[in-house]
Design a protein around this ligand. Structure first.
Ligand SMILES: Cc1cc2nc3c(=O)[nH]c(=O)nc-3n(C[C@H](O)[C@H](O)[C@H](O)COP(=O)(O)OP(=O)(O)OC[C@H]3O[C@@H](n4cnc5c(N)ncnc54)[C@H](O)[C@@H]3O)c2cc1C
Length: 442
């Protein structure tokens, strides 16, 4: 049942898959409603740079309304999707404290993934994630506060625990985060905090299997490990994290690392929205789709990106990476257009342009088109150049470029403001607090 003169398409998620679908439907005679819980699109590959004080959050996020300000057939709704009723073609969105019903002719689910703690409750309770902008700000505040605290802590073992940071997961995000954390310490924090209390930091990367960067050729895996270690990161392979307590991590073999910081980048699973469709989910809580990206068992519903489960030629699910999400978003748009024109649905064929990971200053590995193996300075420059091009918004490209040049030349990380979320925010509270402040400090 069409609910307006033109077909109405609802797209959930303004991430890479959702925006790609919108961009490929813009010029069609359709009305599009894009829904996201954030009013911005996040460039996830640079999240770790926000967490490690190299970039400001606004440099890697782009307001959605700004992208489509000239397109009259696109509406944006800032809200949280809380229910989907495929038989009624209805989506429920919580926004401004109320629930709105929104009806569709076609639905595209592109709500991405969430961190997978693999049912480890202690890790879930104490670990830090790196999945969205909010996560990066929490982690950045936490690390900077710990260094402040360590400066005034007399007990040397407690001090060491405060400046020991454990990163779990030997994929690109784990490597990038571990490398950047060490550089933050080595280039900035060591210079500013060292004098007071002989502060030393450790960054430890823990990976449960025996290799880093699983899909890479063995030579690049080895080069990545060597580059990390040459930077100062300690690499522990073949040991899983068994438990996390407030100030220590216990590995599967019983080894204990005293730390207050565990960054979990060991895996993701489909966003909880997958369960709202009422279909049986595939591995990793992902929505099983046909090669046409239609959700198996539902009519007029497509799923793309991290949340979709589609096996490739080797019967393995497609990787949860940006190019897959973007190419699936594009094909979904094409298939909706085909449906409107009574043409057959096309099937997804992934065009893989390769993989790359950066490790730190002048250190990276890249495997373009899964053919050429690059490492070191050349791979690093390639990584920087491509990420600058992929970043959304001319202003963001310029400011990120300037920040990178500044960081490179000065060895500085300038985004180091601690935002205390417990500080009073209203004027009255500030006044009340001031009345308790003694006239003179000791
Ligand atoms: C730290 C990090 C680094 C990464 N680095 C790389 C990299 O270098 N290269 C690469 O290829 N891939 C990288 N990835 C993976 C990449 O980000 C994902 O594969 C990609 O974002 C998937 O796109 P998507 O559209 O499926 O989901 P996303 O881009 O995650 O978008 C999902 C959107 O849905 C919204 N949403 C979710 N639930 C709801 C709800 N209930 N209501 C309303 N809105 C909702 C979210 O706010 C979000 O905007 C990285 C991921 C992370 C976390």
């Amino acid at each position: 049942m069409a609910i307006s003169a033109r077909p109405r398409i609802i797209i959930i998620g303004a991430g890479f898959g959702g925006l790609s679908a919108v961009n490929n439907l813009i010029r069609q005679p359709v009305d599009i409603l894009l829904i996201d819980r954030n009013n911005f699109h996040t460039f996830t590959p640079l999240l770790y740079q926000v967490a490690t004080c190299a970039l400001d959050a606004s440099e890697i996020a782009y307001p959605v309304r700004g992208i489509y300000r000239k397109n009259r057939n696109i509406s944006f709704l800032l809200g949280e999707v809380t229910a989907i009723h495929p038989t009624e073609k209805r989506v429920v969105v919580k926004t401004n404290g109320t629930s709105l019903d929104q009806f569709y002719d076609y639905l595209v689910v592109a709500s991405g993934s969430v961190i997978n703690f693999f049912d480890n409750e202690s890790v879930e309770q104490f670990a830090f994630g790196l999945k969205n902008v909010q996560d990066t700000l929490i982690l950045r505040n936490h690390i900077l506060k710990l260094f402040e605290k360590a400066t005034w802590t007399k007990d040397s073992s407690e001090r060491e625990a405060m400046t020991t940071m454990v990163v779990v997961g030997g994929g690109p995000t784990g490597l990038e985060t571990a490398g950047a954390l060490y550089e933050l310490y080595n280039h900035v924090l060591a210079r500013e905090y060292n004098r007071a209390n002989n502060i030393r930091a450790r960054v430890i990367l823990v990976e449960a299997t025996n290799t880093l960067l699983t899909p890479y050729p063995p030579r690049l895996q080895e080069l990545a490990r060597k580059q990390l270690e040459s930077l100062g990161v300690e690499v522990i392979l073949g040991k899983a994290v068994q438990k996390m307590e407030k100030n220590r991590v216990i590995l599967a073999d019983g080894d204990v690392i005293h730390t207050h910081t565990l960054v979990w980048s060991a895996g993701v699973k489909g966003s909880p929205l997958a369960r709202m469709l009422g279909v049986e989910l595939a591995r990793g809580d992902r929505i099983p789709v046909l090669p046409t990206l239609e959700v198996i068992g539902l009519e007029d519903v497509y799923a793309v990106g991290d949340i979709a489960y589609l096996p490739n030629a080797n019967n393995l699910p497609h990787a949860q990476v940006i190019p897959v999400a973007q190419q699936q978003g594009k094909l979904t748009a094409q298939n909706i257009i085909n449906r409107l024109n009574n043409k057959p649905q096309a099937e997804f064929i992934y065009r893989d342009k390769g993989i790359m990971a950066t490790i730190g200053r002048r250190r990276a590995v890249a495997y373009p088109y899964n053919k050429v193996q690059l490492s070191g300075f050349f791979a690093w420059v390639t990584w920087l150049g491509l990420h600058l091009v992929w970043l959304m918004g001319f202003r963001n490209r310029i400011t990120v470029f300037v920040s990178w040049v500044w960081n490179y030349v000065t060895y500085d990380r300038s985004v180091r403001i601690i935002l205390d979320e417990t500080a009073p925010s209203r004027r009255e509270e500030t006044v009340e607090t001031q009345s308790n402040v003694p006239e003179k400090f000791d």
